[in-house]
Design a protein around this ligand. Structure first.
Ligand code: FAD
Length: 540
């Protein structure tokens, strides 16, 4: 197989032009090109007002591969294609009595369980929330009727935190073993659109993700696994530094010496339990800020120029970073083109925002977190849980500022920059449900964060015209940008540094940020766990 990189074609090129371009690039006859697939397709919008090009990476087969590679020996854009296939690390022996446990059924737990099931280990998944269907009803009850179900919401339940999301599936992790391809491949097998395999910034959107997750659960069950909802793990059974099992809230005990802990960043009661049990945990940096909303059309215009609204490009995104004079980094986070801002709390009396969209990304507003990086040394010194406590304090304050009924505090950008309360909206209507309460956001975050965001917004306005328009809306607050803790693990065995048999994983343990990287981490821990079980069964 040969890989061609940097093959560019105009945005509106007819489909058959791609084949012609490959043949021309390799200077071969059409008959010599046996097959090809698009490995990646991105676009180059730097000349947005003259021409936008698609840039392809193509994997292909030709009649005489050695001869073609020899002719292009000095061309770094024509190379042998890497093997991106996935090969399991082993197969469980028949009759294995121990079953691994997977705590949490977000993307990390989902992929850990799927891989373990595919290798024949028959995992038992324990998820504190409900299945996708019941969970969707509970989540909408907060957005529509201000009724929160603390165990079933945007953060907790089948599919994890990524279920009600933009379903962006890209990440900047190093992935030498192409695990991200395995994640995409499994999503496609479960019903996600094929294009996620090759577009440069794939996304699924909430409704599609819901069906995909349910299909993957069915596969785990068909392979002999079990998925138990409303099964919160509240304690660990430990014997002399070895994990022996877990205790559920119901009092039931499940024994296993191999447990994946894929909690997500919002399982604060479980972090506290782990800390009490003496499992090594440390505080880690995260970010705090607001969600900002603009008309999507304005973002499209700024990013895509005359190509704004082009069906091949869809709703435009952005990524912004600014270094403020007070030393703080301000950046855009989890940008959702054509989406909505959502109420993302899992706890009574707290308000926290995030963003989601559907596959079509056709809501009127673009939204993104505008957040400031914070760290334990400077901003929340104390014990391992000091970051959790800071998040709780800020989210409670946001609840009060929003009127103590799950509405969120909000302010217009112009007023925020000038330091005056907002009283009425301009053209931009905020999408947050159950609603926002206009006022002054300055008291909602520490002064250094307010100062840095005030300085950053006009600077962002220089990169995206209109970004600092006076009637853009800021909704508070964004605190759950990543986990405030790391549950430390050995980098070889992926087990907790002081509790054998515990495999901390995914976002909550501080080893992933986002759906794709959480899925990849799930694959890694499944492999590490499988190797350990195989070794114990004498099958190495
Ligand atoms: P989670 O998805 O948080 O899953 C953890 C699971 O563990 C939960 O289901 C929880 O109920 C369960 N659990 C916790 N404690 C226990 C316990 N004690 N017992 C049993 N079960 C337990 N990322 C992207 O890449 N793209 C996006 O577009 C995107 N949009 C987002 C939009 C929203 C609204 C939110 C909230 C997040 C979004 N994210 C997005 C982030 C992404 O969802 C997370 O990074 C990802 O879900 C982390 O995966 P995880 O499996 O590590 O943890």
């Amino acid at each position: 197989m040969i890989r061609i990189t940097e093959l560019s074609l105009p945005l509106d090129h007819p489909a058959d032009e791609l084949r012609q371009a490959i043949v021309k690039r390799l200077n071969i006859s059409d008959a010599d090109l046996l097959d090809f697939t698009v490995f990646k397709r991105s676009y180059d919008a730097r000349k947005k007002n003259s021409v936008i090009l698609f840039i392809y990476i193509i994997d292909l087969e030709v009649r005489d591969e050695a001869a073609v590679l020899a002719r292009f020996a000095d061309d770094r854009n024509v190379r042998p294609a890497p093997d991106t296939g996935y090969y399991p690390v082993g197969q469980a022996p028949a009759g294995l009595s121990e079953r691994p446990l997977v705590v949490g059924f977000g993307p990390c737990g989902l992929f850990a369980a799927l891989l373990l099931a595919q290798m024949g280990f028959k995992p038992i998944v324990l998820e504190r929330g409900k299945d996708v269907r019941s969970r969707t009803k509970d989540t909408w009850a907060l957005w529509r009727k201000k009724t929160l179900t603390p165990e079933s919401n945007v953060q907790f339940g089948e599919g994890g935190a990524g279920l009600f999301s933009d379903g962006k599936l890209y990440s900047q992790i190093k992935d030498p073993k192409f695990y991200a391809r395995k994640v995409m491949h499994e999503f496609v097998r479960a019903g996600a659109p094929e294009e996620i395999m090759y577009v440069s910034k794939p996304h699924i959107g909430t409704f599609r993700l819901t069906g995909v997750v349910a299909a993957m659960r069915e596969e785990i069950i068909a392979l002999g696994g079990e998925v138990r909802f409303q099964s919160k793990v509240t304690d660990l059974l430990i014997d002399n530094g070895q994990l022996e099992g877990v205790v559920l809230e119901s009092g039931e005990t499940l024994r296993s010496r191999h447990v994946v802990l894929a909690l997500g960043h919002s399982s604060r009661d479980t972090f506290r339990m782990l800390h009490r049990q003496g499992v090594f945990i440390e505080a880690k940096p995260f970010a705090i800020g607001f969600r900002i909303e603009h008309p999507q059309g304005m973002i499209d215009q700024a990013r895509l120029g005359k190509y704004a609204g082009h069906p091949e490009l869809g709703a435009a995104d952005y990524k912004l970073v600014y270094h403020a004079k007070n030393g703080r980094a301000v950046y855009s986070f989890c940008m959702c083109p054509g989406g909505t801002v959502v109420a993302a709390t899992s706890e009574p009396g707290r308000v926290v925002t995030n963003g989601m969209s559907q596959y079509s990304r056709n809501e009127r507003n673009a939204n993104a977190g505008i957040v400031v990086g914070i760290n334990p040394q400077e901003d929340f010194p104390g014990d391992a849980l000091a970051g959790v406590e800071l998040q709780e304090r800020l989210e409670s304050l946001a609840y009060e500022l929003g009127g103590s009924d799950y509405c969120a505090p909000a302010q217009l950008v112009g007023d925020f920059i000038r330091g005056v309360s907002s009283t009425e909206f301009g053209e931009v209507e905020p999408s947050y449900k159950p609603g926002v309460r206009l006022g002054d956001l300055a008291p909602s975050l520490p002064d250094y964060a307010i100062e840095a965001i005030r300085e950053a917004l006009p600077a962002f306005g220089k990169q995206i015209r209109g970004f600092d328009r006076a009637d853009a809306v800021l909704t508070g607050i964004e605190t759950r940008t990543s986990s405030p803790v790391r549950i430390t693990r050995d980098h070889e065995t992926l087990q907790s540094l002081n509790l054998r048999g515990l495999y901390p994983a995914g976002e909550g343990a501080g080893y992933a940020g986002g759906i794709l990287s959480a899925g990849v981490d799930g694959i890694k821990v499944a492999e590490a766990l499988a190797k350990s079980m195989l070794a114990e069964a004498g099958q190495t």
